[in-house]
Design a protein around this ligand. Sequence first.
Ligand code: NDP
Ligand code: 8X3
Length: 250
Amino acid sequence: MIAFITGATAGIGKAAAELFAKNRYNLIITGRRKERLQEFSIHLKAAYKIDVLCLNFDVRNFQEVEKAVNSIPAEWKSINILLNNAGLAAGMDSIQEGVIDDWDRMIDTNVKGLLYITRTITPIMIKNGYGHIINMGSIAGKEVYANGNVYCATKFAVDALNKSMRIDLLPHNIKVTAINPGMVETEFSMVRFKGDEARAQNAYKGLTPLQAEDIAETIYWAATRPPHVNINDIVIMAAAQANATTALRK
Ligand code: NDP
Ligand code: 8X3
């Protein structure tokens, strides 16, 4: 079994890679931080005796995506699972004060990047006659919150694409699932608040957030249902978070 995981250098993607590896999947792992990718690959191979292929590229650049996917050797093309996970929030400003570069980064990564990966991997899956695409959505793709505007819009787009892909890929025996978490403690908030540690920690203050491993378990569960079962959509929250805007903090 082979799983292709984007954004495996940190957070949810990394935890998912670890769990798939533990369960004897061979892995294609991707990310921009080459050193992290290679160190992680050495760990996975040694700990779980699996094969790992590292692809180092930026999902925002279609030429890089295409080159990386075209470089996949024939023996790695029987991809069972694609985890479309690479993504980010950049900034948290009102619409009238939004930073254009932040908007571009989010739209280019979360929407166009996910599309570029899907566009290049689905022909391989169609040729194989099987596959399962798992898209990382968010509670932000189900509800909007103050100053979430463009990040929410990108995750609403993922929600639409998830539903749409399921229709287009139905004749090709390709399952499509979305996992939509509430707050998960990863590098997400450090990235969103551009390295401002105090602001990042504030996001999780006074409550126990989800951990990357909680999401990895959910992804793995969805990926391992019997062939006649598809999990369309999961919303998963910390027990202390009721919805996008209501959390119980002590
Ligand atoms: P992290 O910041 O911990 O990890 C993000 C991963 O995405 C990294 O591996 C990063 O790798 C990769 N990535 C980001 N931009 C690019 C790019 N341009 N090209 C290639 N890879 C990229 O965040 P999370 O693990 O929390 O986030 C993973 C996904 O989960 C995202 O889609 C996020 O929106 C979603 N999510 C997160 C939630 C949370 O609260 N944490 C809740 C709901 C959804 P590198 O920097 O090495 O390229
Ligand atoms: C991340 C969760 O609530 O910060 O997608 O938007 S939230």
